[in-house]
Design a protein around this ligand. Structure first.
Ligand code: ZN
Length: 584
């Protein structure tokens, strides 16, 4: 797919590229930018992201630079000299900087090989990453009509794609949709039962690896980070309430370090380009499927195995619903947000393959994947018609104003002062649900919400009421299949522990570790992230192939000419040393 896109743009055409994270999107504009005459202009949303891309390109011997508002005067002048002198291959720039009149005018005097707009979904007014300055990028179309332009994104549903094409005047025939699947990410979604214990179990499989834990609130972010530190993890917090310097320091530590857990709100994210993020855990419900896809997509960019875990419960549903109801947005927008929440609940409650459900949201498809929790352990289905009738009837008889916990208590006939004080212990529905435990009733209720038979929170307090479809269901007495929740501990039973380095036989892991240490040493000296030197994938291959010469090392993926010259001797020495140790 990359070759097809590269050829298309080399020939001077525009392109819209939708390719999953880790699919090698950047290469699609980097190669034509180098091969065509002139300098490639890359619009990128974040300064930190640009800095890493530029560092990685320079390691590979490409003349790249970033122009942004943080650049000191002298460096800025030197950069413009390089641009005028035609000695730059690629220039990264933030949209706000690019759109300044003086910058556009000066760029118009230099020949441009192409204009690439990365993270193009940011121009969508309906999207969750909308950035007003991206909207103004259509000015470039008018200013550079003959320069090939590319819009690239890893996340865009059908309406967003159409919006990008129209706005940047790119023809539908120039669109390349490479699909959404991230096969190396394993998805799991569990009921939020005891989030800290669940998170701890999950992290046990990821000792020594880096990952992200997403929380909804600033407070939960800080509390969780502090708790993880107390548990012996190297955890950092990141949220919008922190001052800029502290946020940037934590981001840099995460980006440059190994075995660090970032506990963050959604403020942390766009443009995180760390390839070796091994897991993403949501301990609160994400905002939508798009947000979930994008946030989990930050794991496993290097193609090695990665894990995504989402925990969610009734409180999350009530909270999200309240956010939507209480927002100032127009009704049309609220309806759309409500639909997005329903789709997300559908994914969380599906009895089928998670990946299929996720991809179908984006109009993409796959076979049952074998790499998600429902594939590993398919939920049992049962005829839930009677159970659903009991729940609806209980909601109705208690006046359609109580929350999940109360309804479940009435169903199982719990002895409770509140129930007694309302006289609900005398209802016909009191104690009619003794055949299931509370956990199962909660799961049934969530499924009825996901199916829109039950509405949540009309008054803003998490109260449940019977939706229109719920009334139809009671009247028509349709059959309804529901899933039985797996036992809480069994959820990971059949899923094997999978670390990235587990591809290596036991005997090669010590060498892998030694190569990682050498990489860290070099990275520290240059103040760049370790993966900029070599990806884990390359180190794994080096540990397995054990090249003894530069020639042999050149055959390993990820070792180009520039890196071979700079780092070949150091890594070959580690491998030789290791071999000696083994023989001795
Ligand atoms: Zn699956």
């Amino acid at each position: 797919r990359q070759a097809e896109i590269v050829r298309h743009v080399m020939a001077g055409n525009n392109a819209f590229v939708l390719m999953p994270t880790g699919g090698g999107k950047s290469l699609c504009y980097q190669i034509p930018a180098l091969a065509r005459p002139g300098m490639g202009l890359v619009v990128s949303p974040l300064i930190a992201l640009m800095a890493d891309q530029v560092a990685a390109l320079r390691q590979a011997g490409v003349r790249a630079a970033a122009l942004n508002s943080d650049l000191p005067g002298e460096e800025r002048r030197a950069l413009w000299r390089d641009i005028r002198g035609g000695t730059l291959d690629l220039l990264y720039v933030a949209p706000e900087t690019l759109l300044r009149p003086d910058v556009v005018d000066r760029l118009a005097t230099a020949p441009l090989s192409l204009i690439a707009i990365d993270e193009a979904h940011c121009l969508s007014q309906w999207g969750h990453d909308f950035r007003p300055s991206y909207r103004q990028l259509d000015a470039l179309v008018a200013r550079f009509p003959d320069t090939p332009r590319m819009a690239l994104t890893a996340t865009a549903d059908t309406p967003t794609r159409a919006e990008i094409l129209t706005h940047l005047n790119i023809a539908g025939s120039d669109a390349f949709i490479a699909g959404f699947d991230r096969p190396n990410i394993r998805y799991a979604i569990q009921e939020k039962d005891n989030p800290r214990a669940q998170l701890k179990r999950f992290l046990k499989d990821h000792e020594g690896e880096s990952g992200i834990v997403y929380c909804l609130s600033k407070r939960r972010t800080e509390e969780t980070a502090a708790w993880l530190c107390g548990e012996g993890y190297d955890a950092l917090a990141y949220h919008g309430g922190m001052d800029k310097a502290a946020r940037e320091a934590n981001q840099a530590r995460f980006q440059h370090g190994e075995a660090i857990i970032m506990v963050a709100t959604i403020a942390f994210g766009m443009g995180i380009d760390k390839p070796d993020v091994r897991f993403v855990a949501h301990i609160d419900l994400p905002g939508s499927i798009e947000a979930y896809y994008q946030e989990t997509g930050r794991a496993g960019r290097d193609g090695l195995p990665a894990d995504a875990l989402m925990l969610y419960g009734m409180e999350d549903i009530a909270l999200r619903t309240r956010f939507i109801e209480e927002s100032e947005a127009p009704d049309q927008r609220k309806r759309m947000e409500r639909q997005k929440l329903d789709s997300l609940l559908g994914l969380a409650e599906t009895a089928g393959c998670r990946r299929q459900a996720l991809l179908s949201y984006f109009g993409d498809q796959c076979e049952p994947c074998g790499n998600c929790d429902t594939c590993a352990e398919p939920p049992r289905l049962f005829d839930g018609t009677i159970a659903a009738q009991k729940v609806l009837s209980c909601i109705y008889r208690t006046g359609e104003r109580f929350g999940q916990a109360y309804i479940v208590d009435v169903l199982v006939g719990a002895e409770d002062e509140r129930i007694a004080s309302f006289g609900h212990d005398r209802l016909s529905t009191y104690g009619i649900g003794k055949e299931h435990d509370k956990r199962t009733w909660r799961a049934i209720l969530r499924q009825l919400i996901a199916l829109r038979l039950v509405d949540v929170d009309l008054g803003g307090h998490g109260g449940l009421s019977i939706a229109e479809a719920g009334r139809d269901f009671l009247r028509d007495k349709a059959a309804l299949m529901l899933r039985v929740p797996p036992a809480p501990r069994a959820a990971r039973g059949k899923l094997q522990r999978r670390q990235a380095s587990s591809a290596l036989p036991e005997g090669d892991r010590a060498l892998f570790q030694a190569l990682r240490e050498k990489r860290m040493e070099i990275a520290r000296l240059q103040n760049v992230p370790p993966y900029v030197i070599f990806h884990d994938r390359t180190l794994i291959e080096l540990a397995a192939a054990r090249p003894a010469s530069r020639g042999e090392m050149a055959a390993v993926a990820g070792v180009g000419e520039a890196k071979l010259t700079r780092y070949g001797p150091a890594f070959l020495a580690v491998i030789a040393e290791h071999g000696k140790g083994l023989r001795a």
